[in-house]
Design a protein around this ligand. Structure first.
Ligand code: NAD
Length: 231
């Protein structure tokens, strides 16, 4: 049994993680001093949560989205001393989608435009979603575009993705949608569409718990959900 300390415990994701952990024998939620820290809160709170994990010498999974270049640098610095997973989306399906998008982008010529459309509930703060940016990054990597070189020019290299990879983003907000993402490859006369629909936050919660279990006992370093899921 490992214990998880949750940052953002009273939020939508925090409550979903607590619910997903209920009744499990391998994981429990504790108010402080857990074996692994899990953060689903807000970008402003990231540094404080990294500092808490560093002070305790415990690994941390960061699910918070809307992070910028300065946040990424802080995560890189923390990962020199503790194990860190930063994942804009912790679901198995989306991480597999990301893999498929990278493969498709690598095989299709630049005659194919890439457009990423996402829809979320009306309360979501950041747009495009962290997952849309993650998919854009995967598409850009497939095309051989170095987004890190452009990372300081926009959040998560979005400007770089738009300019260098010619990848477009559209964000819709409304109702209670947990998270829909569609990646459209469009050429003259044909379209290829890859997508994922999250029906509830439970899928992110289960993935976050899988990530926390995987992180326990791992050496310092920066990891991804792809490592957890063996993709
Ligand atoms: P929410 O608004 O329901 O909850 C946010 C929580 O963070 C609350 O408990 C709030 O008290 C806390 N919080 C906010 N600002 C804070 C601050 N400055 N300091 C300390 N605590 C603070 O949001 P949510 O829907 O639970 O989403 C939380 C984050 O997780 C968002 O960034 C969201 O995009 C992201 N998210 C990630 C995934 C994923 O799979 N990685 C899935 C869904 C949501």
């Amino acid at each position: 049994m490992i214990s998880i300390t949750l940052f953002g415990a009273s939020g939508r994701m925090g409550r979903a993680i607590a619910e997903a952990a209920t009744g499990r024998s391998d994981v429990g939620i504790v108010a402080e001093g857990g074996d692994v820290f899990v953060d689903f809160s807000a970008p402003d709170a990231l540094q404080g949560h990294l500092d808490a994990a560093l002070a305790a010498g415990k690994p941390i999974l960061i699910g918070t989205t809307g992070l910028g270049a300065a946040h990424r640098r802080a995560i890189d610095a923390a990962a020199e001393r503790i194990a860190v997973i930063q994942a804009a989306n912790t679901s198995l399906g989306v991480n597999l989608l990301s893999h498929l998008v990278r493969e498709a982008a690598a095989r299709l010529s630049e005659d194919w435009d890439i457009e990423i459309v996402e829809m979320h509930h009306r309360m979501k703060v950041d747009a495009p979603s962290g997952t849309a940016l993650m998919l854009g990054r995967a598409a850009a990597e497939g095309r051989g575009v170095d987004l890190d070189a452009a990372a300081d020019r926009g959040r998560d290299g979005i400007t770089g993705a738009r300019e260098a990879g010619r990848i477009g983003f559209a964000a819709l907000r409304g109702g209670s949608v947990a998270g829909d993402h569609q990646v459209i490859f469009a050429a003259e006369g044909e379209r290829l569409e890859l997508g994922h629909r999250a029906e509830s936050r439970a899928i992110f919660a289960r993935g976050a718990i899988a990530g926390a279990l995987w992180l326990h006992g791992k050496p310092a370093g920066r990891y991804a959900m792809a490592d957890v899921l063996g993709l």
